[in-house]
Design a protein around this ligand. Structure first.
Ligand code: PHE
Length: 452
């Protein structure tokens, strides 16, 4: 096996893995993306399929990624190379970790544009721009931001620079400490806002919308959207969880740790839905609004709240930090690899990759205004990258990783991970992964190819 270069870094506190993994999972996907995905895809139908996906695909794949990561305690690229040298897998498999790194790279390019929106809204909130705003005014504020490539470029650049500087240091432990404060603060804030939204917004309509569904609402598009979002939200299929698992204490139950990560991620998403949707209903905002939904509805609530300027500012700050703890994972795989393999300093590696992310992000950013008419397979560059990564790249990598763990690598490699330590869990996990997750991912990947 690859040398255990991480051994000295094994985290003494078993919660550190859970914190770092939750930090990667909880991000813009939960607060910005989840509410509008639910809105666009019929509410309860989406939520029902999403929950199924979490249990039948998301959790088993996350466990597979973490079990492999902890058993080899190395980075994904060296791991697969080593498996190839030992003739366990063929040469083609060596591509898989690069695809995972590519997924992180592509996602970060548009993710940083959205994080830039959060930065812009943080600045506006601090300046008191949202006091007593109406829905039409927040819509105008949002449209003005989208229509200004210069301003978006500024915030996109600021966010990419912060990511570069943070990834450039080796800060996994510090990151976990940040998440330790960030997550409770974010959950408390969302809880408070959900109570407020339930009073001023249309809570009954939200509950009906979220928790009732009709079988006819479950269309192929809804299923694809739900599976894609499960991969995106849990940060699986891009090697980040694999990397964190290398630092996981031997004594921690993998199944328990992964279940907690999935639980926290889902809790934050549902809370975000319970904040945004009651406002959306009471303000008569179109559910199909798409990516602007959270940014248009929330400031109206902040504008009406006593002390809303402060509450709004803290909220956007937490959102930015949550985005940052997710974004860091996206670059980590390639940065660690360049550093370990080519002895490039972490900061230099982060700068090289960050520059690429920044340039690609520029295209996403322009596709929201000046390049609106340029289409790839019928999508703007922004939408194409979003769909391509969630519906194709992440599922393909996750599928290949699952096949590797379930069918290719010798069981003895996982012996200490799940088989001996958690025998009952192992049986369940193994069967669900093999007979449920893998077939579902095959279908989704094929459908994704046909659809996109
Ligand atoms: N899970 C993160 C979120 O919900 C996004 C992400 C995707 C992070 C893929 C890493 C890898 O915001």
């Amino acid at each position: 096996m690859p040398e255990n270069r991480c051994m000295q870094g094994i985290w003494s506190n078993p919660w550190l893995f859970i914190l770092a993994a939750s930090g990667s999972a909880v991000g813009l996907g939960n607060i910005w993306k989840f509410p509008y995905m639910v809105g666009e895809n019929g509410g309860g139908a989406f939520l029902f399929v999403y929950f199924l996906c979490l249990f039948l695909v998301g959790l088993p794949v996350l466990i597979a990624e973490v079990a492999l990561g902890r058993s080899v305690r190395s980075n994904p690229i060296d791991t697969i190379n080593d498996l190839h040298e030992r003739r366990i897998v063929t040469k083609g498999w060596v591509l898989v970790p690069y695809l995972a790194g590519l997924a992180g790279f592509l996602i970060l390019s548009f993710y940083s544009v959205i994080a830039g929106w959060a930065l812009a809204f943080f600045e506006r909130s601090l300046a008191g721009v949202f006091s007593s705003v109406t829905k039409d005014e927040t819509q105008a504020i949002f449209s003005a931001l989208i229509g200004s490539p210069k301003e978006m470029l500024l915030w996109h650049s600021v966010f990419v620079l912060i990511v570069i500087l943070v990834v450039g240091q080796s800060v996994t432990r510090g990151l976990a400490m940040l998440v330790k404060m960030l997550l409770p603060a974010l959950i408390l804030m969302l809880l408070g806002l959900a109570v407020y939204a339930s009073i001023v917004g249309d809570f009954d309509k939200t509950l009906t919308f979220l928790f009732s569904w009709n079988w006819s609402h479950i269309t192929t598009d809804v299923v694809l959207a739900a599976v894609g979002h499960a991969f995106f939200s849990l940060s699986i299929g891009m090697g980040g969880m694999f990397a964190y698992a290398a630092y996981m204490s031997k004594h921690m139950s993998i199944v328990r740790a992964c279940t907690i990560v999935v639980g926290v991620d889902t809790l934050v998403a549902i809370l975000a839905g319970l904040v945004v949707l009651p406002l959306v209903f009471s303000l008569n905002i179109d559910l199909d609004t798409g990516p602007s939904l959270t940014f248009v509805s929330l400031p109206v609530a902040f504008g009406r709240l006593p002390g809303g300027q402060g509450v709004g500012s803290v909220f956007f700050l937490l959102l930015i930090l949550a985005a940052l703890t997710s974004a860091i994972t996206m670059l980590e795989l390639f940065v660690a690899w360049l550093h370990e393999r080519f002895y490039v300093s972490r900061l230099k590696a982060a700068f090289i990759l960050g520059l690429g992310v920044w340039l690609l992000g520029l295209m996403s950013l322009l596709s929201l205004n000046e390049w609106k008419e340029i289409h790839f397979f019928g999508f703007t560059i922004f939408d194409f990258l979003d769909k391509f990564t969630s519906l194709i790249l992440l599922p393909i990598v996750a599928l290949l990783l699952s096949i590797l763990v379930a069918l290719r690598i010798p069981r003895s490699m996982l012996q200490n991970e799940l088989i001996t330590r958690e025998p009952t869990h192992f049986k369940w996990w193994y069967n669900v992964l093999k007979f449920c997750s893998i077939p579902i991912m095959v279908v989704i990947t094929v459908a994704g190819w046909i659809g996109v």
